[in-house]
Design a protein around this ligand. Structure first.
Ligand code: C2E
Ligand code: CA
Ligand code: CA
Ligand code: CA
Length: 275
């Protein structure tokens, strides 16, 4: 790379330059979306072993021009790198807590929970606990219906600090789920020390269960280990009745996936609320 002008780094390789330019455009777009209310939050149902609605996972969308939508898998990593994830994550938390407050106003929806994804960088902010406490207070919600989904990478960086933070939020009544379980280190020794209520089996194992004995073995191991540790298990990416029956037979408590419902705007939730 060669210095060109004051700050801009230019690459001689046009392909590399194209990637840098695309990221720069995306960063501008993300800032603009933050300032102009350009994000949407979808909600995907989570059901219990009887098929009853238990709550939702909140999933962000960034609708672009002409009906296109950038997948969070594409923009969340850039938002992490640029630090924008902190503000985006706060918007997600605010929006989800506002929705929880609405549900908590009615006796038919008061029991429902909302799971919010918290990225590593967001979780590691020095004032994360304070920000969450303030958000919960501003929304006036019962915090026991708020579930924060963390990944192993968010926690393992500084395990002792993570334990402290999680315990502070547990004292407020907030619950935790360990997302994408099975894809990382998944060490029993640290799981025992962390106050998780729920493990979320990664959808790659659910998808491959039928074809691949290894995945089936991992799913069974996660289920028996979780129950030995008094953790609830939620399976994500459940798409077929066969997957649901296998999981249910082996004691899986909660389910999420296209079999039950896709992520939808809350306006389109009538059918789920009748579950
Ligand atoms: P994740 O947290 O593992 O979310 C599950 C993903 O699986 C979602 O993709 C969901 O739409 C998709 N999914 C749900 N059921 C099924 C199914 O039956 N089959 C298949 N094939 N897929 C299913 P989505 O919404 O595109 O999100 C992708 C990732 O982006 C999420 O993975 C999460 O890591 C991240 N993400 C999404 N929203 C947020 C957010 O608000 N904050 C943060 N930090 N990350 C987010
Ligand atoms: Ca998640
Ligand atoms: Ca996941
Ligand atoms: Ca995932």
């Amino acid at each position: 790379a060669k210095e060109n002008g004051r700050n801009a780094i230019r690459f001689f390789n046009p392909a590399m330059q194209a990637v840098v330019d695309a990221h720069a455009r995306m960063e501008i777009g993300l800032r603009e979306a933050l300032n102009t209310g350009g994000f949407r939050l979808l909600y995907q149902p989570q059901v219990d072993r009887h098929g009853r609605l238990a709550g939702a996972e909140a999933l962000i969308r960034w609708p672009g021009a002409a009906g296109t939508t950038v997948s969070p898998a594409d923009f969340i990593p850039l938002a992490e790198d640029t630090g924008l994830i902190v503000q985006i994550g706060q918007w997600v938390l605010d929006t989800a807590c506002t929705q929880l407050a609405r549900w908590q106003q009615s006796s038919s929806t008061r029991h429902l929970s909302i799971a919010v994804n918290v990225s590593a960088r967001q979780f590691r902010q020095a004032d994360f606990v304070t920000l969450v406490r303030r958000t919960v207070e501003n929304a006036g919600i019962d915090p026991s219906r708020l579930k924060l989904e963390l990944t192993e990478s968010a926690i393992l960086d500084d395990l002792d600090e993570s334990i402290t933070r999680m315990n502070q939020l547990r004292e407020l009544g907030i619950h935790f789920a360990l997302d994408d379980f099975g894809t990382g280190y998944s060490s029993l020794s640290y799981l025992k020390r962390l106050p998780f209520a729920q493990l979320k089996i990664d959808q790659s194992f659910i998808r491959d269960m039928a074809q691949d004995e290894g995945s089936e073995t991992i799913v069974l191991a996660i289920l028996s280990m979780s129950h030995a540790l008094d953790l609830e298990v939620i399976a994500e990416g459940v798409e077929t009745p066969t997957q649901r029956e296998f999981l249910r037979l082996h004691g899986c408590e909660f389910f999420q996936g296209y079999l039950f419902g896709r992520p939808l705007p809350i306006e389109d939730w009538q059918d789920f609320l009748a579950m």
